[in-house]
Write a protein that binds this ligand. Structure first.
Ligand code: GLC
Length: 473
């Protein structure tokens, strides 16, 4: 079976969030399961493309409105990722450094989808399944059914995966002039409330849609940034398939990003040493429990609540715990975190930016991972944390609720319902009570239990395969 994934991100080629991690791992595990999986994504001018050898496998042209663009299809040569990686380069449009947030972003993703399909048709490449991830690739199922130019692909089953329903790629109808010619009477498939909505088009036109956890699927019926009724109407073709993690990458024993590698058996010592390292670097007492937050500073992730949580915690706790915050995003949140970090520098370390290596070290050092996400379709950080023996303290939503079981229910983490400053502060207090009431031996047992949990991709890969087979037959 030949599957082509279309996405905007893929680790380690280009990453903003968890979307990249999924695209960097799922195809690899699919290949292990006997599927030929490729990832097709835009070309970004990042370290990966500079440091690796790419070969041009096709060159063509697309007409987008009044602009004629040349495009190059590049293939990574050494099979470095464990699956075929294809990059679509369009000089002037898809050859920049960042993944998102250019003013002409919609033109960029329109051109990407157009060129990618053009290449498949021109080279007679007709996969068994086309798998689109999030709104950046949302027009593909519409195009292959309704644009003459791509008739060669008509009838290929399409799967859509929703990693984040908040972003939908809205464009006003002027954009239609930039699209490849399509049957105009089918315009309604692109529309949602008077705008072109690529996520809505994806859900309407795909053969099946999946979300990255079962819990999130049900949430979308009542909270989907305006698309609730659509997700509900199309629920007969919906599936919740939870993400896995790449256990080759996330392995405390072999992880090259750690300063100190350790086995499950040596978790106590291993985490002690790791925490000491971090403590020394950031001037924090390593004997105190360490809570960490890693992620985008966005409302979805609850990052805006952190500052007030810290204010209340540091007043009440009088130095009983340390915190580490690693991430970037909203500039106001960054500024207020910087301010409070200066005030409580003995107990709060802050790294503003994206740093994969430091993130690995912080997971290995932490005692608790804090995830106060308002919305979390799956969440991978709690899975990474657990794999590194860290107790998750998470808001009971979406994928967090599906993957963390509370200690009070015989589980291994802390779930809280109240996503307010006091709700989060209470959850931290609860975590500390456990920390203080548990002896070292029990704590080590808990960490080993966390490290043994199975969140590998094998299980989820099987579910995708079942779905693909069902569509093909
Ligand atoms: C998005 C979601 C996150 C999910 C990831 C991978 O980033 O916000 O919850 O884990 O996609 O599917």
């Amino acid at each position: 079976m030949r599957v082509i994934h279309f996405a905007a991100e893929c680790y380690p080629v280009a990453k903003v969030g968890g979307l990249a991690d999924v695209l960097g791992a799922l195809p690899k595990y699919q290949r292990k399961a006997g599927i030929t999986a490729s990832v097709v994504m835009p070309f970004y001018n990042k370290a990966f493309v500079q440091n690796n050898e790419l070969e041009i496998v096709y060159e063509g042209q697309i007409q987008q409105g009044h602009s004629l663009y040349d495009y190059h299809v590049l293939k990574e040569r050494s099979d470095l990722l464990g699956f075929e990686l294809i990059l679509i380069k369009i000089p002037g449009l898809l050859d920049r450094e960042e993944i998102y947030s250019y003013p002409d972003e919609s033109e960029q993703f329109l051109a990407f989808q157009h060129a990618a399909l053009n290449w498949l048709c021109d080279t007679n490449l007709r996969p068994d399944i086309i798998h689109c991830h999030d709104h950046h690739t949302g027009l593909i199922p519409f195009y292959i059914e309704n644009a003459k130019q791509f008739a060669y692909l008509k009838g290929v089953p399409t799967v859509a995966t929703v990693h984040n329903g908040q972003y939908q790629g809205w464009q006003n109808w002027d954009s239609a002039a930039l699209m490849p010619a399509f049957d105009t009477w089918r315009w309604g498939l692109l529309d949602w409330n008077g705008l072109i909505n690529p996520l809505a088009a994806l859900i309407k036109c795909c053969w099946a849609y999946t979300t990255v956890s079962e819990g999130y699927l049900h949430e979308l019926y009542t909270r989907a940034n305006g698309l609730e009724s659509l997700f509900k109407a199309e629920q007969d073709k919906s599936y919740g398939i939870v993400n896995g993690i790449d256990t080759d990458v996330w392995n405390t024993l072999t992880d090259p990003m750690l300063n100190h590698n350790f086995s499950q058996a040596a978790v106590k010592k291993g985490k002690e040493i790791s925490k000491k390292n971090i403590g020394e670097q950031y001037g924090m007492d390593e004997t105190l429990p360490l809570f960490v937050f890693i992620g985008r500073f966005a409302l979805e992730k609850g990052a805006d609540l952190l500052v007030s949580v810290f204010e209340s915690i540091f007043e009440n706790l009088k130095g009983q715990a340390n915190f580490f915050v690693l991430g970037s995003g909203d500039k106001n949140i960054e500024a207020s975190l910087l301010k409070i970090q200066k005030q409580f520098s003995q107990h709060l370390a802050l790294f503003i930016g994206y740093n994969e290596e430091l993130a690995h070290q912080v997971y290995a050092s932490a005692d608790f991972l804090l995830m106060p996400s308002r919305i979390e379709p799956c969440g991978l950080n709690q899975l990474y944390a657990m794999r590194y023996g860290t107790v998750p303290v998470v808001h009971a939503t979406g994928g967090l609720k599906d993957t963390v079981i509370d200690m009070n229910e015989g589980g291994y983490g802390i779930l809280f319902n109240d996503i307010t400053v006091s709700g989060i502060a209470e959850a931290i207090q609860r975590a500390l009570q456990h920390w203080n009431a548990t002896d070292q031996k029990q704590w080590t047992t808990l960490r080993k239990k966390l490290m043994k949990l199975d969140f590998s991709w094998e299980k989820s890969t099987r579910k995708y395969t079942e779905l693909y087979n069902k569509l093909i037959n």
